[in-house]
Design a protein. Structure first.
Length: 358
């Protein structure tokens, strides 16, 4: 158990307090913040609170089975690690390697961020099942070189983030004048060769979040790799349907944890319409505001195959490196098991959407 002088940790929210105590306030703000008024940041969690769970009774089964698979990858529970950038700001010595070790030991999938502070090869050396998150760069030769590296490192899927045609406006970052990584910390994957402009020093300013990216790029990527492709950041049912017709293999209903367009709806509120549009053709994942086992259950009942966890992983990492992340995952696993049992479900698949009421 991570304990500081006056804090014991019983749930994921407690970990945020530990992290706040340990982190440089500027980095804490980077991790915690959302865009502008942080309406969406708050909405994600508020929506989970607003929804109620209706248990089924007298089902007469044993402890629930949490393990399953997503796009052919085994997972010990329907929870993945969402891609988050810059883990060495939370745990300078190891960064993403600590996160990856904890994910491997817990038997869950880590979505490694393109903007990691150690390379994808180093993450793979520490990790278990990895997926690679990509911001398609207008320099397609460089983008392809990243895809090849992710494939060679053994990543089992590509997660293309599509909610970032520009960087969201983060005012906490502006107030703190936090616009670049500190000396010695880089976007490690961006330092490799392969860029047509020859710039490879790994500075954040070399990352392009570009409004030029379009469906044509997704089609291009579909032709470049045989890995499953997921789009992350889908909120409109028409986009979900188009993604499926483009040959995309999975979708992540996400508003980037409220960090991109502020005032987008809570993700859990969008899940039912996206699920209707997709009609089970591809698996749906959801992230944003998942903090409790009951949140996971609500998402599963409304049609998600799994959820992904963003900030709580960073709080665990800041609190205690791999041990902290392990503890976050184990707390959530216990809660999920308990919530499923109390809902009368022997597995995630046994939940039905009529068990969530608004
Ligand atoms: C500090 C931080 C960095 C993030 N970096 C990325 C990133 O590099 N790529 C990406 O697709 N999403 C990124 N995200 C978004 C997460 O993948 C995820 O959508 C979001 O954190 C989920 O919400 P939650 O934090 O409430 O769990 C980041 C989120 C945070 C908090
Ligand atoms: C250029 C940094 C983008 C990382 C990111 O996606 C986030 O902080 O939400």
């Amino acid at each position: 158990m991570i304990r500081t002088t006056h804090m014991e940790v019983f749930n994921l929210r407690d970990f945020e307090d530990v992290a706040r105590e340990k982190l440089d306030p500027v980095y804490y703000d980077y991790f915690a913040s959302g865009a502008q008024d942080e309406v969406t940041l708050a909405a994600n969690e508020a929506a989970f609170r607003r929804l109620a769970l209706v248990p089924r009774i007298l089902r007469g089964h044993g402890p629930p089975r949490l393990a399953g698979s997503v796009l052919g990858c085994e997972s010990s529970m329907p929870v993945l690690l969402a891609p988050t950038a810059f883990h060495r700001l939370a745990w300078p010595s190891e960064g993403e390697a600590a996160t990856a070790r904890a994910a491997r030991e817990a038997g869950v999938i880590m979505i490694a961020a393109m903007l990691s502070t150690i390379t994808i090869e180093e993450i793979a050396a520490a990790g278990g099942t990895l997926w690679f998150q990509l911001y398609i760069q207008p320099d397609l030769g460089f983008t392809e070189s990243l895809v090849r590296r992710a494939e060679a490192a053994g990543c089992r899927a590509l997660v293309v983030t599509v909610d970032s045609p520009a960087l969201g406006r983060n005012e906490r970052g502006d107030r703190n004048d936090f616009h670049d990584l500190p000396p010695g910390i880089f976007c490690a994957n961006m330092r490799g060769s392969g860029r047509s402009d020859g710039r490879n020093d790994g500075h954040v300013r070399q990352v392009s979040l570009s409004p030029e990216i379009s469906w044509r790029h997704v089609e291009w990527l579909r032709g470049v790799t045989r890995l499953p492709i997921l789009l992350k950041g889908v909120l409109h049912p028409a986009d979900a349907a188009q993604a499926v017709s483009c040959g995309v293999d999975g979708l992540i209903v996400s508003n980037h944890g409220g960090r991109q367009l502020d005032t987008t709806p809570a993700t859990i509120d969008r899940l039912p319409v996206i699920a209707d549009a997709v009609g089970g053709q591809v698996p749906l994942l959801l992230d944003g505001g998942v903090r409790r086992g009951t949140d996971v259950v609500k998402a599963l009942a409304l049609g998600a195959s799994a959820v992904a966890l963003g900030r709580p992983v960073l709080w665990g990492l800041a609190g205690g490196g791999a041990d902290g992340v392990a503890q976050v995952l184990s707390l959530l696993r216990r809660e999920l098991e308990n919530a499923l049992t109390l809902c009368g479900a022997d597995s995630p698949g046994a939940l039905t959407k009529d068990q969530v009421v608004g």
